[in-house]
Design a protein around this ligand. Structure first.
Ligand code: SDX
Length: 421
């Protein structure tokens, strides 16, 4: 078949090159034939990798993990089943799932010294700052994690992180509340263990199965999202062949930002600031005057409703039926109603994203606002690790080292201090 190519003529020199079109892209290095580079500062239209993990169609509002629609996974899968699917590319058999659950159960303990790192934080330290520090610190407890060329070692580190992240996340919560750390229990499942380590008081916590399933669905909805900012951070840092604990800590740092995972916290602060439905029109006017962003709205890829936001709204109904309605939901619904009608938002294709409703659910479950992004990280961990593994296994990937357009001074001579005025 005739190769698909792009003919580029450099009108400065009259030089012409034929550049192959592969998978709807041209390889940027082909531009080197004309002495040119591509320029795309925030990767608005640049693919950084091939990936078979997650598919998003931003216009159609489609999200699939390894080909399975997110709606079906949210409805029928467990979080550990979803993590296995992201890692291995296939849903686990019953035997594989049981073995995977047992392995995770045996790795939930964290070296007790990690509690000393957490004890070192102020009582009001931001939970994401604590998660960031503890995750990076974990790399020092597993020197074998540096063996990133060994497939079995990589598999063991993925298992360790999946198993230990909930323990650390729960301990971060306990430190924030000045409560003693609760240790994992082998008689509880993955979500139940996390919830118990978080909320147990005096050796007891009565689990609410509806809320636990709602939390599990939220974690599944957050599990991966192709080349988002935090995944890009994990891939970039991981491309230096550092251990996966350090690479994941880069993902935690990126997710912390209010334009990314920190948006779920920012949404609740925004709703609390608005305070009452009657203040919504004035707030919307402020957004349209560019005085602030409507947090929880907009997306680099989705130019339609984020399919996760739709599913989260349904989870909200189940949760609020258990916990009672958060009065701020009325404000959120009014913001959404206006934004879906108002030209400012319609023209820019700004729809609710995954973060718009999730915070209201987390608050109803009893989590404080500054803890919401920790829950996002708990969900995104398998996605980061699956993408890290794919990056290391991809022969096309090398150390991530972008080029630049230099805009600084031309060469100039050093000026001795006494001559600097
Ligand atoms: C996540 O990438 C992922 O997949 C992320 C994520 C995942 O699962 O990993 O989906 C999770 O991070 C969701 C996004 C959470 N962040 C927020 O809710 C913060 C508010 N949203 C914006 O910051 C923004 O929409 C982004 C960051 C999400 C997307 O930014 P882009 O793609 O760079 O879009 P942009 O800033 O170029 O915006 C296009 C226009 C601009 O107006 P103009 O200058 O063209 O007139 O839309 C405006 C923006 O000013 N705009 C907004 C807005 N988002 C964009 N205006 C008001 N409120 C907003 N929320």
């Amino acid at each position: 078949m005739a190769e698909e190519t792009l003919s580029i003529r450099d009108n400065r020199t009259g030089e012409e090159v034929e550049i192959p079109i592969v998978d709807g892209t041209i390889h940027a290095t082909e531009l080197g034939k004309l002495g040119l580079m591509s320029y795309d500062p925030a990767f608005l239209n640049t693919a950084s990798t091939r990936s078979s993990i997650t598919y998003i169609d931003g216009d159609a509002g489609i999200l699939r993990y390894r080909g399975y629609p997110i709606e079906q996974l949210a409805e029928q899968a467990s979080f550990l089943e979803t993590a296995w699917l992201l890692f291995e590319g296939e849903l686990p058999t019953a035997k594989e799932l049981e073995a995977w659950q047992d392995k995770v159960r045996l790795h939930t303990y964290v070296h007790t010294n990690v509690t000393r790192f957490l004890d070192g934080f102020r009582h009001d330290a931001h939970p994401m700052g604590m998660l960031l520090g503890a995750t990076a610190a974990l790399s020092t407890f597993y020197p074998d994690a540096k063996e990133i060329g060994d497939e079995e070692s990589r598999r063991l580190q993925r298992l360790r992180l999946i198993a230990k992240f909930p323990t650390i996340a729960a301990w971060v919560f306990r430190h924030s509340r000045g409560l003693p750390y609760v240790y994992p229990r082998n008689d509880l499942d993955y979500i139940g263990n996390f919830v118990n380590m978080t909320f147990e008081i005096g050796g007891r916590h009565e689990p609410n199965p509806v809320l636990q399933r709602a939390l599990e669905i939220l974690l599944i909805l957050h599990a991966d999202h192709e080349q988002n900012a935090s995944t890009n951070a994990v891939r970039g840092v991981g491309s230096t062949h550092v251990d996966p604990f350090s690479a994941v800590s880069a993902g935690v740092a990126a997710l912390y930002g209010p334009l990314h995972g920190g948006a779920n916290e920012a949404v609740l602060r925004m709703l609390d600031e608005i305070g009452d439905v009657k203040n919504v029109p004035a707030f919307i006017e402020g957004v349209k005057k560019r005085e602030r962003l409507l947090m929880g709205f907009g997306h680099r890829v989705y130019k339609n409703y984020d399919p996760r936001a739709k599913l989260i709204k349904r989870v909200a109904d189940d949760v609020f039926a258990q916990t009672g309605l958060d009065p701020k939901l009325e404000i959120a619904l009014e913001l959404e109603r206006i934004a879906l009608e108002d030209d400012f938002f319609v023209e820019r294709k700004l729809y609710p994203n995954v973060d718009f409703y999730s915070g209201l659910i987390y608050r109803a479950m009893g989590y404080p606002t500054d803890y919401f992004t920790v829950l996002f990280a708990l969900g995104r961990l398998p996605g980061w690790l699956a993408q890290w593994e794919e990056m290391l296994s991809d022969p096309e990937q090398k150390i991530a080292r972008p080029r630049q357009i230099y805009t600084g001074y031309d060469e100039r001579d050093f000026v001795p201090l006494e001559q600097r005025g």
